[in-house]
Ligand binder design. Structure first.
Ligand SMILES: *Cc1c(COP(=O)(O)O)cnc(C)c1O
Length: 411
């Protein structure tokens, strides 16, 4: 019996709906609608945005957090807060979301792409080869897949190159038990609806560096003395830094609204469950997909524990035509599988980042990976039966395409 037929199935679920926002958000939002108090700097202290920052920093184990309008804004502010001059070169993985090179360009810097292997992680040989020509590094932990942070930090620390972690879609992932986003100088996260915490839009950056966060706070739009509202717990290093930077920095106004903070705060308690269920569901589906000779789920590096809300796997032994036929067969069976490098205009395929000046770089390793790397959403809320239905559709799609081929060639 085929692998897909062994699983009892129901219809594949809708994987794009988010979880309901916890009931506790309702009272806070109702009160805000009464008072109209939506701006983070109206109240003298303890606005929902400020409270979110305190709670998020505590959750992550970092000293400071600054909530902003998106993770892209957090990445942009990180580069500005690092004081990178115009034209500075910023190394980024060639497998990331288009928002990452965009934030580099927004900060008047130049993105430099490095190769990513077929396990979705930065190729350390290519990384090291490019490192001496760059001024900063953004590591994108794509879907939580964590590159070798021990090697990256050792190489960058030795050259005093600052590392920003793009953990937009990696909240809850740990490396040697430490939260992703706390390893580099700055960590950035997203509250866009497809991420672990959902406010529709929003982002947050964390750091232990008082001078850096003071610069970011001012540039995010803490005009005049609004920065004082970030000093709830008295912090002399931070206060001194605000003094140094008063009136010296542009205001980009990338603040978060109290409404968004009220949506996020009650979700912080949900993180452990979403991490646990997401990981269990992912590992269950991965073990089913591994039964197919045409699908591989790359292994994580040993120190990583991921918090997946999707699954990535590679097609093996398939041609381009087979890969496209596979994606179509999966769609026909009710499951959307995107092949990063095959779907038209995909925002995670580096050759579509044509807003970067100059010719599209030659990155054969990343290109080969993207042409066979598949992505399917697997939110933490799915039941075991729904996970089985998704796995069955994917396994069945591979058989639809390759089973026939194997028979035709008598193999
Ligand atoms: C979602 C995402 C971003 C952008 O986050 P926004 O909050 O939408 O700006 C950046 N990088 C990665 C890896 C992402 O998944």
């Amino acid at each position: 019996m085929s692998a897909s037929a062994q699983i009892t199935t129901c219809l594949p679920p809708n994987t794009y709906d988010a979880e309901p926002i916890p009931e506790a958000a309702r009272a806070a939002i109702d009160a805000m609608l009464q008072t109209g108090d939506l701006f983070r700097y109206t109240a003298p202290q303890d606005s929902p945005v400020s409270l979110l920052e305190t709670e998020f920093a505590a959750t992550m184990g970092s000293r400071y957090a600054l909530a902003v309008s998106s993770c892209s804004a957090a990445l942009f502010l990180s580069l500005k807060a690092l004081g990178l001059p115009r034209g500075a070169r910023v190394l980024i993985p060639a497998f990331t979301f288009a928002a990452v090179p965009s934030s580099v360009i927004h900060a008047d810097c130049v993105p430099v792409l490095c190769e990513v292997g077929d396990n979705y992680r930065i190729d350390m040989t290519d990384f090291e080869a490019r490192l001496d020509s760059v001024d900063a590094v953004i590591v994108s932990h794509m879907r939580g897949h964590t590159s070798d942070m021990d090697a990256i930090m050792a190489l960058c620390d030795a050259r005093s190159i600052p590392v920003v972690e793009d953990a937009a879609h990696s909240l809850g992932t740990t490396w040697h038990g430490r939260n992703i986003g706390t390893i580099g100088r700055i960590g950035c996260f997203s509250f866009q609806s497809y991420k672990l915490l959902n406010a529709g839009e929003g982002g947050i950056m964390i750091t232990d560096d008082a001078d850096l966060v003071a610069r970011a706070i001012i540039m995010s739009g803490a005009y005049e003395h609004n920065w004082a509202k970030h000093l709830a717990h008295g912090d002399n290093a931070l206060k001194a830094a605000f003094g140094r930077w008063q009136n010296k920095l542009p205001l980009y106004n990338l603040r978060l609204s109290n409404l968004s903070a009220a949506l996020i705060r009650p979700q912080l308690d949900e993180i452990p469950r979403r991490v646990r269920d997401g990981r269990a569901g992912h590992d269950h589906v991965a073990s089913l997909l591994e039964q197919s000779p045409w699908l591989t789920v790359p292994a994580a590096l040993e120190p990583e524990k991921r918090a997946p809300d999707s699954i990535q796997f590679n097609l093996t032994g398939m041609s381009d035509a087979d890969a496209l036929a596979f994606a179509k067969a999966a769609a026909d069976r009710g499951v959307k599988v995107q092949i990063f490098g095959q779907s038209q205009d995909n925002a995670r395929a580096f050759w579509n980042w044509q807003f970067i000046e100059g010719p599209v770089p030659e990155l054969p390793m990343t290109r080969a990976m993207l042409s066979r790397a598949c992505d399917t959403r697997l939110p933490a809320r799915l039941t075991r039966q729904q996970q089985d239905a998704i796995a069955a559709a994917i396994l069945g799609a591979a058989e639809d395409v390759m089973g026939d081929e194997a028979r035709a060639y008598g193999t």
